[in-house]
Design a protein around this ligand. Structure first.
Ligand SMILES: Nc1ncnc2c1ncn2[C@@H]1O[C@H](COP(=O)(O)OP(=O)(O)O)[C@@H](O)[C@H]1O
Ligand code: SF4
Ligand SMILES: [Mg+2]
Length: 380
């Protein structure tokens, strides 16, 4: 089924709550977004902002109890996922919507050979015979860049490095050519060289297969060159949403600006990174006003008293703030904009270059010098 406006996914007023001893945790509280077929959406926010719960809700993987989807609609290819029977959901999961996680071992069974784990998917969802599934498993490992795939396909997960396991998980996710790939912090645990390679791989596979992607990360630098749209989440709410270029050019929200300032500036002489002061709030006990108020440099009296409006700034750009204005002169984000206007669309491209340079012995010392300046400690 193909709906008229080209959206593969429409999330409407989604609310996912957890009943805890401490009260009701409103992990996701009324979020809305669309994803067009073939596009990539970035979901960005600090830890605890509701990114993973949003995506687990899409796959109906919220543990119940303590969790429940209190309201909303999740329209995938014209069908409301929330009203489908479990049996139908199982047919969608892994086949039409696939997910990759930060830790590959959440998807890989340590006791089963890689070949078996890849084969199970295509045998179950695509009806492949054993031989077909085995050949397909090898092809998928080749696609994600596992060297010598035929001789390694029968290995166990522990025989692969962290980066290689991540590739295997991507191979599993893409095995059935899903229409939607959800990548939840797929590179957070990896060092910068591998991180860049994995992101490049997702980009390449997306180009080749046309799959739609949701990329979740706490790092705005990662999504800059990877996504068409970005939503910024905080305390279970969408704080800002915009086309990627617009968000980087003229963010309209103090929280997004804080995240932008946290993106490392590779040209800065000062290696230190900015961090938004304070900590994310306890979503079981939110104050009546803006949840970001205790940490916000722009806050005024009204922010403590009244919940902010979701202000439309341009056709496709919204910001949750009493003082939302598109601000292209924000000094805090200047270094990110400079990288964009220089054609180095994103920090990760910069990091990717560092990573690739670091692979090349001749450039290793220059790469590590730049890495130190931009606060990247794991560049080897
Ligand atoms: N099973 C659970 N029980 C209670 N609270 C949960 C559960 N899973 C997530 N939460 C809470 O929901 C909020 C959002 O979590 P999550 O979506 O994982 O954040 P992140 O943006 O880091 O992915 C957090 O406050 C978290 O503690
Ligand atoms: S509403 Fe007030 S506290 Fe919240 S982000 Fe805007 S200025 Fe800051
Ligand atoms: Mg998460």
């Amino acid at each position: 089924m193909n709906n008229g406006d080209g959206n593969i996914l429409e999330v409407k007023d989604l609310r996912t709550y957890f009943e805890t001893e401490d009260g009701v945790v409103k992990a996701v509280d009324g979020i809305e977004f669309d994803l067009k077929r073939g596009e990539t959406l970035g979901i960005v926010g600090e830890s605890g902002s509701g990114k993973s719960v949003t995506n687990l809700s899409i796959l109906r993987l919220i543990p119940t109890p303590p969790g429940r989807i209190a309201s909303g609609e999740i329209i995938f290819d014209g069908q409301d996922i929330l009203s489908l029977p479990q049996e139908e959901i199982r047919k969608i999961r892994g086949k039409r919507i696939a997910m990759i996680f930060q830790d590959p071992m959440t998807s890989l069974n340590p006791f089963l050979r890689i070949s078996k784990q890849l084969m199970e998917l295509t045998q179950l969802h695509l009806g492949y015979s054993k031989d077909q599934a085995y050949e397909h498993a090898i092809k998928m490992l080749e696609t994600v860049g596992i060297p010598d795939a035929r001789s390694r396909v029968d290995s166990y997960p522990h025989e692969f490095s962290g980066g290689m396991r991540q590739r295997v998980m991507i191979a599993m996710a893409l095995s059935c050519e899903p229409e939607l790939l959800i990548a939840d912090e797929p590179t957070t645990a990896l060092d910068v060289t591998i991180q860049a390679q994995i992101l490049e791989l997702i980009k390449k596979l997306k180009r080749e297969t046309g799959t739609s992607v949701i990329l979740i990360t706490h790092d705005l630098g990662v999504v800059a060159g990877m996504t068409d749209h970005i939503i910024v989440m905080y305390a279970g709410k969408v704080f800002e949403q915009a086309p990627t270029r617009e968000l980087f050019k003229c963010s309209g929200n103090p929280y997004t600006k804080g995240l932008l300032r946290s993106v490392p500036d590779p040209t800065s002489e000062q290696g230190a990174l900015y961090q938004i002061p304070g900590l994310p709030p306890d979503v079981a006990h939110l104050p009546p006003g803006c949840p970001f108020e205790p940490r916000c440099e722009r806050a005024e009296d009204i922010c403590r008293k009244e919940f902010p409006p979701f202000v439309q700034l341009t056709a496709d750009h919204h910001s949750l703030c009493h003082f939302a204005v598109p601000d292209s002169r924000d000094r805090a984000a200047r270094h990110v904009r400079r990288q964009i206007s220089n054609g180095a669309v994103d920090t990760i491209v910069h990091r990717a270059r560092l990573g690739l340079m670091a692979d090349d012995g001749a450039h290793r010392s220059r790469a590590s010098h730049l890495a130190q300046k931009s606060g990247i400690r794991s560049c080897r």
